[in-house]
Design a protein around this ligand. Structure first.
Ligand code: ATP
Ligand code: MN
Length: 463
């Protein structure tokens, strides 16, 4: 007899009577009146395939090895299922056990586990309902990102992971070095002598691909990067990772308005894509993780984003009838409590805050006429706070040089970045979307450690 090898997803829509072989990991096993019910899942769908093994259908010692967590292949006939919530099940004729899992030691039993516990078994948690759904959504979201830009003629570019610009200002950086710890060559003044290191100067893991993306935008007009970035921030919050993925589009001839419009179109597009392609997984998040997920996503798709300036935002925060942990004050960066208040409580939708004081933003943001604010934009969303940070970039050579001096950065280190303003400069803009922040927004997961397969945070890089 020939059995067609199919995924669980395919098996669930096979016609009754098909002879198939399905493979996967046993999620549960139940014995009742001589019949054994086994649910297998291979990650292709949230829903698993129910196997029905009648007494004597397979050898007793084989069936015994089919424990929760074991990996098996099952062959048999697709039959109509009497159970609710599934059209078909598999009437089993043969089972092959690839690997059993000792019930005394397999840590992922059917009962609910806490997120904290599951983080300690990150090598196994992808086999749970929650993390299966999270990583399928992650896959769909990444694909949606590429499709959005591809449809709009953006060039996908790769910017370096190792960088020697030491002060992009986005966050603390990790050193990259081949020098032996404890044997650092020293300069005359006792500083580490990086000129003897691999790159002959200090090198770091990148915090952002923006500066290089700007160089490419000034050749290809519209580009985007989508890669890992690193920040050695010792912040230990539920919204910060030391290693996270960022999407950074950069566009020549875009001003801040164009940039804001692109950010809004982009968020709406990727949300719509995931809602269309991950219905089953999102339904799970809505039911078990965060009851407002679907409602907020639908709301975003159908509303236009609020636009306010930083100065207006500070006024609104000061007028708000509540006590803050950090008192809102012009010239201070908005804290998460402020960002969430604006988007979650006041406007109840995504809010784009623009024109921040220059003193709290990076040197490359375009200076406004008032000489106090820059053409920055942050997109704030309910539950998460800041999800996008971006700006129109300073394209005027003299202004950019003055800003470098003002912020105490070495002009020499930015020689090539300044060259872009010397040779064929153009107005341009861009932004960065934190991929994991977007994942939190889509899934309702409360901790950023639970939307990336193997999180890196202070004190933690086990897997
Ligand atoms: P925050 O104030 O939340 O730390 P930021 O101002 O440092 O953010 P940007 O430098 O503008 O953020 O980075 C662009 C985007 O990258 C942010 O809008 C956010 O979505 C994401 N992001 C920044 N830092 C982290 C981090 N440590 N972990 C995960 N995502 C991050
Ligand atoms: Mn930060």
């Amino acid at each position: 007899m020939d059995y067609q090898v199919v995924s669980v997803k395919q098996a669930l829509s096979m016609p009754v009577g098909s002879a198939i072989e399905a493979r996967g990991w046993a999620r549960s096993r139940r014995d009742s009146k001589g019949i054994t019910f086994i649910e297998i899942n291979d990650g292709s769908r949230f829903k698993g395939l129910q196997l029905v093994v009648e007494a004597g259908a397979v050898p007793a010692e084989t069936l015994e090895a089919v424990t929760t967590g074991s990996c098996i292949a099952a062959r048999g006939q697709v039959t109509e299922s009497p159970a609710a919530g599934q059209p078909v099940e598999l009437k089993v004729e043969q089972i092959h056990v690839y690997g059993s899992a000792d019930p005394a030691h397999y840590p992922l039993q059917k009962k609910g586990h806490t997120m904290e516990f599951l983080r300690e078994i990150a090598h196994l948690r992808a086999r749970s309902n929650t993390f299966g759904a999270v990583f399928r959504v992650r896959n769909a979201l990444a694909f949606a990102v590429h499709q959005f830009f591809h449809e709009r003629d953006f060039l996908y570019v790769h910017t370096p992971i190792i960088t020697t610009s030491d002060a992009e200002g986005a966050g603390a950086m990790f050193h990259v070095s081949t020098l032996e710890p404890g044997q650092f060559p020293k300069t005359e003044t006792g500083e580490p002598d990086w000129s003897q290191d691999f790159f002959e100067k200090a090198a770091y893991l990148t915090v952002s691909g923006q500066l290089e993306a700007e160089a490419l935008a000034l050749a290809f007009s519209k580009v985007y990067t989508f890669g890992p970035t690193f920040r050695a921030e010792n912040s230990n919050t539920p919204r910060h990772l030391a290693e996270f993925w960022m999407i950074e589009p950069e566009m020549a001839f875009y001003d801040l308005k164009d940039n804001m419009q692109l950010a809004e179109d982009f968020l709406k597009y990727i949300i719509a894509y995931v809602m269309e392609h991950c219905e089953e997984d999102l339904a799970f998040f809505n039911q078990r993780i965060e009851p407002t997920v679907l409602q907020t996503l639908e709301h975003v798709a159908n509303s236009s984003f609020e636009h306010i300036t930083y100065t207006e935002a500070v006024n609104l925060l000061q007028k708000a009838n509540r006590t803050w942990e950090f008192t809102p004050e012009w010239g201070c960066d908005l804290q998460t409590e402020h960002e969430r208040y604006l988007s979650e409580e006041l406007f109840k939708k995504p809010v784009i805050v623009t024109d921040y004081p220059k003193i709290i933003k990076a040197f490359y943001m375009r200076l406004n006429e008032d000489d106090r604010t820059v053409r920055a934009m942050d997109v704030l969303v309910p539950r998460v706070g800041e999800i996008i940070g971006g700006s129109q970039r300073e394209e005027r050579l003299d202004v950019l040089r003055a800003r470098l001096v003002e912020t105490g950065l070495p002009e020499e280190a930015y020689w090539w970045y300044l060259d872009l303003r010397r040779f064929g400069s153009a107005p341009h803009s861009g932004f960065g979307l934190g991929f994991e922040r977007m994942m939190m927004y889509l899934t309702g997961m409360k901790n950023i450690r639970d939307v990336i397969p193997f999180p890196r945070t202070p004190g933690s890089a086990e897997f």
